[in-house]
Design a protein around this ligand. Structure first.
Ligand SMILES: N[C@@H](CCC(=O)N[C@@H](CS)C(=O)NCC(=O)O)C(=O)O
Length: 215
């Protein structure tokens, strides 16, 4: 049995549970982190010395770091759909995963979501937030150009390429910030909202995180 540790309102946990849902994997979910705590417990640190969620235990194989978990689950359970033995095919998806982790996520999750939503109003650095909002607009325009002739980032089907970037959409569209007109991104987002696993694991309220700098 697969076990997934992590609070449901964590972006990194949502990525993993979304893929678990897409793969239809039976699993046990253990809330951890945030108000659930538990990350400093010796048993948790024995699984993840970094003390962060998500973590999975798949029949004794323990994995942490959300992007590594995505690749593990895809390789183990997603052959033909989320995984390929062809390195060239895999690279097409992995470049978007890495772009998301190194470019979109720092600007959106750290710069905008933390800088604006999670930071109490009196402490916000709006110049820095506005800079990140503008950088995000450029990132979503880039995605818009890529999505001009396709339903998902790599073509007709959802792949690992979509998961990290698209997990941001629910929050990006839920914040009172300026956004560019990106109709192809909006169509992608509508397609994703129709997927039960996206609706179940990504489209979750995040107002409890408003103005909260602590986990
Ligand atoms: N690079 C890590 C980041 C993990 C991370 O920072 N997780 C956050 C939640 S998104 C966490 O555990 N925070 C402490 C907490 O929730 O208590 C990953 O992708 O898994």
């Amino acid at each position: 049995m697969l076990t997934v540790w992590g609070r449901l309102n964590s972006y990194n946990v949502q990525k993993v549970l979304w893929l678990v849902g897409e793969l239809g994997l039976p699993h046990r979910h253990v809330p951890a982190g945030g108000s659930f705590g538990g990350l400093d417990a010796p048993e948790f640190r024995a699984m993840n010395p970094h003390g962060r969620v998500p973590v999975i235990d798949d029949g004794g194989t323990v994995v942490w770091e959300s992007q590594t978990i995505l690749r593990y689950l895809a390789a183990r359970y997603g052959e033909g759909r989320f995984w390929s033995d062809d390195a060239a095919v895999r690279a097409k998806a992995e470049q978007w995963m890495d772009w998301s982790a190194t470019t979109l996520q720092p600007d959106f999750l750290v710069g905008v979501f933390w800088g604006f939503h999670r930071t109490p109003e009196a402490q916000r650095n709006m110049a820095a937030v506005n800079d990140k909002v503008a950088r995000c607009a450029a990132h979503f325009r880039l995605l818009d150009r890529v999505l001009a002739d396709r339903a998902y980032l790599l073509g007709d089907a959802l792949t690992l390429a979509d998961i990290p970037a698209a997990t941001s959409l629910y929050r990006y569209y839920g914040l009172a910030i300026e956004r560019p007109a990106v109709p192809n991104v909006e169509a992608w987002y509508r397609r994703l909202q129709a997927r039960p696993a996206y609706a179940r694991y990504v489209m979750l309220p995040f107002d409890d995180l408003y103005g909260r700098l602590d986990y």
